[in-house]
Design a protein around this ligand. Structure first.
Ligand SMILES: Nc1nc2c(ncn2[C@@H]2O[C@H](COP(=O)(O)OP(=O)(O)O)[C@@H](O)[C@H]2O)c(=O)[nH]1
Ligand SMILES: [Ca+2]
Length: 404
């Protein structure tokens, strides 16, 4: 819509070009209501002309625990946790831009797993908090996000931040996100076979920055790290409140754990086996045959974040600040080390062995990656969080006509 302003562009040297004086600065506020926490991302963008992608100037990021789903029976308290984060945006965005700055919350797997009624109560309390704020509240500003968008938008984020969405010669990278309750895999298929052999609902066309991307993506609900703990313990979908035991936990352990508003009792195999081998067999039951395995990913490398990153950092496989490159087999090696020496790691989370073993099984037996598949573990690129929230903000600004 700004093409009319372009005629004079060639007449002026770039630094005196009037269009530069028209550089747009804008903000976007995106909430990630995840299963384990709620986070606010306040983005600042500048865009110098319609031909180039908006530049991301910075991000303000803050988070609170627990997630909204933990307030299933107290929706007002859940909304209060959102309000406290939103107050940060009042300070971060200049007052004259409040009315033009959209605020949106998207909930993921935690709310997907609640009853419709409880989820809606939470969402409408949050909507009220938004309506009372000075920001722009678009239609559908508070919702549960479809799982396929979660993967696509994270893919957009990572590929935007690594510069793969601008210019020619785009070498996009696939992404792996491991949340608390669900996990996503997304990549741009290069092989005709992948397009032919994938279930149709795993393939989605998505338009962004004037390009159309046909992506392979799927969100596996119940395969996030914390949901997988419950599945391994056999505690999913059961009303039974017994003690759940596993060979992946320290022998003498007996404890309680809260997830999604439910209390679970769990412990080690007092008399029976413990260690990597029996643990791997337990975890295998959770993943084996449950996931689609596209052939073409076996040899390619992926960006991995969220709990892949956290557990790799917890065990010094990568530096907590820098991230790093790993092979799938590094997770297996670390799982063996932890599971076969649980006393040595007892000061860490009692679930460390189970988590690392699950990650190993998910990658190898779930998705079908090779032992030597490379994983680029990343938390931030150029100081911006690798989260679907950036992709979602681009999508939002585009739909509101705020970006070109
Ligand atoms: N890199 C990155 N990781 C995040 C961000 N927000 C949450 N996470 C990670 O996401 C994981 C928790 O998943 P969560 O979003 O609560 O569960 P989900 O609803 O199943 O996706 C943890 O490993 C967090 O560290 C973020 O902004 N950047
Ligand atoms: Ca998440």
């Amino acid at each position: 819509h700004s093409n009319r302003e372009m005629w004079f562009q060639d007449l002026f040297p770039p630094n005196t070009c009037p269009i530069n004086a028209k550089t747009k600065t804008f903000y976007g506020i995106m909430f990630d209501a995840g299963s384990t926490g709620t986070r606010i991302h306040i983005y600042t963008f500048v865009q110098k002309s319609p031909e180039i992608l908006p530049e991301l100037e910075g991000e303000i990021f803050e988070s609170v625990k627990p997630g909204l789903s933990a307030y299933a029976d107290q929706p007002e308290k859940g909304a209060e946790s959102v309000k406290r984060l939103l107050d940060m945006a009042i300070d971060a965005v200049p007052p004259h831009l409040w009315k033009k700055t959209p605020v949106v919350l998207k909930a993921t797997a935690g709310l997907r797993l609640l009853s419709e009624e409880k989820a809606q109560a939470l969402l409408s309390e949050v909507k009220e908090v938004f309506e009372e704020s000075p920001f722009l509240v678009p239609e559908d500003s508070v919702s549960i996000m479809d799982g396929s968008y979660e993967g696509i938008l994270a893919w957009i984020t990572v590929n935007f931040l690594t510069g793969q969405l601008s210019g020619q010669n785009q070498h996009t990278v696939g992404t792996l996100d491991l949340g608390g309750a669900s996990t996503q895999i997304t990549f741009l298929p290069r092989f005709e076979e992948t397009l032919k052999e994938s279930p149709t609902d795993f393939l989605t066309s998505f338009e962004m920055f004037n390009s159309t991307y046909k992506l392979y993506t799927h969100s596996y609900l119940g395969f996030g790290l914390k949901a997988a703990r419950l599945a391994t313990l056999g505690a999913l979908n059961t009303e039974d409140r017994q003690m759940f035991r596993s060979s992946c936990l320290p022998k003498q352990l007996e404890a309680e754990w809260h997830f999604g508003g439910v209390k679970y009792r769990y412990g080690g195999n007092k008399e029976g086996e413990t260690g990597f081998k029996p643990c791997y067999l337990e975890v295998l039951k959770v993943v084996k045959g449950k996931l689609h395995q596209p052939d073409e990913i076996r040899g390619s490398s992926f960006y991995a974040f969220s709990y892949y990153y956290d557990r790799a950092a917890d065990t010094n496989l990568i530096d907590y600040e820098q991230g790093g490159v790993l092979e799938v087999r590094d997770f297996e090696r670390k799982a063996k080390e932890v599971c076969d020496n649980m006393e040595r790691f007892s000061s860490a989370s009692p679930f460390l062995c189970m988590d690392l073993t699950y990650i190993t099984a998910l990658l190898k037996e779930g998705f079908g990656f090779r032992d030597n598949t490379l994983l680029q573990l990343t938390k931030k690129v150029n100081n911006i969080e690798t989260s679907w929230t950036l992709g979602a903000t681009f999508h939002l600004l585009q739909s509101l006509g705020i970006t070109y």
